[in-house]
Ligand binder design. Structure first.
Ligand code: UDP
Ligand code: MG
Length: 310
């Protein structure tokens, strides 16, 4: 019997891309000896993405959809797809053709060689704007220096996971999973493939700078508590610095020197006020995460699906 490959595709306002990606995946699978199913997760799209998926699904029996009740975000869309994918391995990829389906045979080959995780690293993309490239490389630098995992720059959410690994993932109930980091953290036998990203077929990137900043902040705070230590270290350093100032004050007192400086006092107050707020904010982020997680709400809500109940 042929092995079944589940392909999970998150889609948020991707109506014009559905047909193209589905067809190109179909084409790739005519060249290899595997069965496949497509699981398209409609992440609360406002356009007719779901309509397009349903129409396509009517023409084939291996096309499935999961409709979210609203937009839950890319990471949870992939997670939902994986939770419902029962192929021998699961490949997740974007809907916009930036993750070339032609890489799939190579991923499967590595999987057959015994790697349980085959992830991809995108080669430097000259098509992307300089801003996007810089922000992406900065993202990884900050992430790696602040957290306890090592992510390669350009690691993409285009990867193959063995069913064994997907089963482990089903037990994860983080309300804001950061999949790239989690996959790295899981261990197993991992292999990286380099690929040349294509340009987005239609529509524009759903990751605004704001969303990217959120993802970065989230990536750090969900993997490490290093930022919390910054308060302790900074506290020590600054207390020590202020001790150094004491001899001067004594000197000034003894010698009747007038210590002037309204401006420097204000500057110091503002500086430390800001610093305290930043650190309070960092603590706040962690407390907020604990609060959200402790509610134990479902991480995503499925409005409709054509996946038969297992
Ligand atoms: N996506 C999603 N929910 C969102 C944002 C994005 O499901 O809230 C999907 C989107 O449809 C695409 C993938 O995530 O399939 C990657 O998004 P995008 O291409 O906009 O990101 P970029 O490639 O620019 O990083
Ligand atoms: Mg994209």
């Amino acid at each position: 019997m042929k092995k079944l490959v589940s392909i999970v595709i998150p889609a948020y306002n991707e109506a014009d891309n559905i047909f193209v990606i589905a067809e190109s995946i179909k084409k790739v699978f005519t060249t290899i000896n595997y069965d496949y199913e497509l699981i398209i997760v409609d992440d609360g799209s406002a356009d007719d993405t779901l309509e397009k998926v349903k129409n396509y699904a009517a023409t084939a029996d291996n096309i499935f959809f999961l409709e979210f009740s609203k937009n839950f975000g890319h990471q949870l869309a992939v997670k939902a797809g994986m939770d419902n994918a029962f192929g021998d391995c699961v490949i997740s990829m974007d809907c916009d053709m930036q993750h070339p389906p032609e890489v799939i045979p190579e991923m499967l080959k590595k999987w057959e060689e015994g790697f349980e995780v085959v992830y991809t690293i995108r080669a430097e993309d000259t098509n992307l704007s300089k801003g996007k490239r810089n922000s992406s490389s900065m993202f990884y630098k900050i992430l790696n220096s602040l957290s306890d995992i090592e992510l390669e720059a350009g690691a993409a959410d285009f990867r193959l996971l063995d069913q064994k690994v997907v089963n482990v993932f089903r037990n994860f109930h983080e309300n804001e999973p950061f999949l790239r980091g989690l996959v790295k953290w899981l261990g197993f036998k991992q292999h990286a493939i380099r690929y040349n990203p294509a340009v987005r077929f239609s529509g524009k990137s759903k990751y605004t700078l704001k969303k990217m900043f959120r993802l970065a902040l989230h990536g750090v705070t969900s993997f490490s508590i290093k930022p919390l230590y910054s308060a302790v270290y900074l506290g020590f350093i600054l207390s020590f610095a202020s001790i150094l100032y004491i001899p001067y004050i004594i000197y000034a007192f003894v010698n009747n020197v007038e210590v002037s400086g309204w401006a420097s006092v204000i500057m110091t107050i503002v500086f430390f006020g800001g610093l305290q707020l930043i650190i309070l904010g960092i603590i706040g982020i962690y407390v907020g995460k604990m609060f959200m997680q402790s509610k134990n709400r479902p991480n995503y809500i499925i409005r409709s699906t054509n996946i038969p109940a297992k």
